[in-house]
Design a protein around this ligand. Sequence first.
Ligand SMILES: [Zn+2]
Length: 143
Amino acid sequence: MVAYRVYSDFQGGLPSRRDPKLTALGLSYYGSLADLLAQKVTLQEGMKLVVHCDNDENTDFEVDGVVFYDRQGEGSAIHRWMLEVDMNSIREVPARRVSVELLPCIKCDINMYRSVHTKGLNESSACPQCGTAVYSSFSVPTA
Ligand SMILES: [Zn+2]
């Protein structure tokens, strides 16, 4: 199985509500959204991801994470999807950077970057071509 690779800010981690030995990282960053869209990932509970964060020009930090939806979390669904990681397992890897100007629609694949940066990005932003929600990857789980 392909391990999807998604950005988060390791500095922004908090003790996980489910297991305080683990750290919960948020996915509400622009970089997280861009990575999810580029790989056509819709968040699902229990999904395994590789989380990355810039270290320096040449290296990134990576750690394996498990996706969960924090039902006791604050704010909208975008802010409740979290990654649970063990910060003791962080590894340093060669940097793999993607263009920040690539924000492909999960459905029709057009680059929404220009539209999003003209109109601003918010929770009701939609693809200018097919109308799919920019944040459709962050739907509230049904179960
Ligand atoms: Zn579209």
